[in-house]
Structure formats: structure tokens, C-alpha cells
Write a protein that binds this ligand. Structure first.
Ligand code: G1P
Length: 278
């Protein structure tokens, strides 16, 4: 059973400076909802109620967001504005949130390792809130959990990307298994390769199910690309033992870590809500 979701949220968000100077990038809103709230909603939609958030200096707004704001709520009580907080209130009442701080920024692998005390020895989900995903049926995390339940090993969500963009992602190679074009047994993975060195154009996006042995592997993983401890390098060690599945998820993903993706997501969600309101 996957019962916990880890949210690495300690990064600086330099691509959104100056907006992220005093505001965590995970709190940037698509319409009226911060990115991390979409992530928590996705986890809850996948049946996960325990949220483990890896924060860092200057990220307190995330904790405040998933808490009651007595003064504000008292002020808007019995006014037309009260319903604006209904969604977040419902979310808070259904989930528990725990936090730990990543004191030094040593990469995504290091952030995940920092979460060991919150996760313990059980399989868990990892959700990178700046990859905003949406699907009309099962959400992407639910899809990954189904794959995990079948194969009982780590699972990464993948998507085909243009050849010239491999340097932005972890890229996998693998073989289709069980006659399903969407499911691969991973044989190799490389963090942000140049196109000429990329083993394929199948890129990992920010959704993972990890088995807890990843923590010990991460403790032994040396800094890789960019001098950082990479989750891709740790996963590669599991992959060499046939213990990683890559799954071409159904749905749409927006790279909200880039201004272009952020604007695209904003337009998409605006059109969606606009349609619903008509
Ligand atoms: C991280 C991972 C990378 C993955 C990407 C998905 O990179 O290191 O393997 O493809 O997330 O968004 P980042 O975008 O944090 O640099």
C-alpha cells in the first residue's frame, strides 16, 4: 500500500525571480490555487492522506497554507467570500502534513533522503509540484500506484519529449513488457544528457513511486550531474536489478518550473473553469 507522498519543496525557484525572492515557488498560483495544492489534491485523489513536505529556509508560507487562518476566516465568516476557502479547508481536514527541512541544497536525491524520517520503511510516492499534471479520469499518481501494485518495485512516470530537450530531464531506456506499449522495464537511466548521449527520448516527469531501499542506495550515491545527489543515479542502481518500471502516463503535464509551461497551464486551467461556468 502506498500511504505517504513526499513533496520535495526546498528549491530556490530561480527561474521565477524576483517572484520567488520571498515566496516559495510551490506557492505560485495557477489561477487562484498554488502549485503545491494541486499536488496535494492529486495525492489525495490517489488515496494518500499523509503528506510529507521537504522544505527549506523561506518556505514557511507552505506550512501556513495547509493550516487554519483564524483571523482571516473569522473576518470572512458568513460573507460571500467564505466559499473561497471551502476547498482548502476540506483538504486540510482530510490530510496530515509533516515537514522537515533540507538544510543544504544538495539535489533532488538528497531532498528525498531527507524525507526518510517522515516516510520510514514503506513504499511511497514522490510528487514534484512544478510538474502540474491533469487527466480527466485516474490522476497520474493513481495510475502509478496501480502499476506499483502489479509490479511491486519502483515506478517512474515518463513522457516522450523532443530530441533537443533531453538535457532537461532524466532519460530512460528499457523494454516494453507484458505486451503493453506504455509499460517498460528500465535498463538504464541518465540525468539530463545532451541529445547525442541520450539513450532515448523518454523523459522522467515529476511523479515516482519508490521502494524504501532507495534510502540506503541514496546514502551511497555520489554527487552526479551538476554536483548534486541525483535520484536518477540511485534509481539506476535499482534498474540494473530489474526493479524499475517506467510508465507512459495518460494525461497532460505542464512544466510549471518554466515560464512558458506556467503560462500554458494558466491558460489551460482558465479555459477549463471558464467552460464549466458557462
Ligand atoms: C528533476 C529530475 C529529473 C526529472 C525532472 C522532472 O529535475 O532530476 O530527472 O526528469 O525533475 O521534472 P529538475 O526539473 O528538478 O531539474
Amino acid at each position: 500500500m502506498v500511504k505517504k507522498c513526499l513533496f520535495p519543496a526546498a528549491g530556490y525557484g530561480t527561474r521565477f525571480l524576483p517572484a520567488t525572492k520571498a515566496t516559495p515557488k510551490e506557492m505560485l498560483p495557477i489561477l487562484t490555487k498554488p502549485l503545491i495544492q494541486y499536488g496535494v489534491e492529486e495525492a489525495l485523489g490517489a488515496g494518500i492522506k499523509t503528506m510529507a513536505i521537504i522544505t527549506g529556509r523561506g518556505k514557511r508560507a507552505i506550512e501556513d497554507h495547509f493550516d487554519i487562518s483564524y483571523e482571516l476566516e473569522h473576518q470572512i465568516q458568513n460573507t460571500g467570500k467564505e466559499p473561497l476557502l471551502a476547498e482548502i479547508r476540506a483538504l486540510i481536514s482530510q490530510c496530515t502534513f509533516s515537514y522537515t527541512r533540507q538544510v543544504e541544497m544538495k539535489g533532488l536525491g538528497h531532498a528525498i533522503l531527507t524525507g526518510e524520517t517522515l516516510i520510514g520503511q514503506e513504499p511511497f510516492a514522490v510528487l514534484l509540484a512544478d510538474d502540474l499534471c491533469t487527466n480527466s479520469e485516474d490522476n497520474v499518481l493513481s495510475q502509478l500506484i496501480k502499476i506499483y501494485n502489479t509490479y511491486q518495485c519502483s515506478v517512474v512516470a515518463i513522457e516522450e519529449i523532443p530530441f533537443e530537450e533531453t538535457h532537461k530531464y532524466g532519460v530512460i531506456s528499457g523494454k516494453i513488457i507484458d505486451g503493453n506499449d506504455d509499460i517498460y522495464r528500465v535498463s538504464d537511466m541518465v540525468e539530463k544528457p545532451q541529445p547525442k548521449d541520450a539513450p532515448s527520448t523518454m523523459a522522467i516527469i515529476g511523479r515516482y513511486i519508490l521502494t524504501p531501499d532507495i534510502f540506503d542506495i541514496l546514502k551511497d550515491t555520489k554527487p552526479g550531474k551538476g554536483g548534486e545527489i541525483q535520484i536518477t543515479d540511485a534509481l539506476k542502481k535499482q534498474a540494473k536489478k530489474g526493479k524499475v518500471i517506467a510508465y507512459k502516463f495518460k494525461g497532460k503535464r505542464f512544466d510549471c518550473g518554466s515560464v512558458d509551461g506556467f503560462v500554458e497551464a494558466t491558460n489551460y486551467f482558465y479555459k477549463q473553469t471558464h467552460k464549466e461556468q458557462k
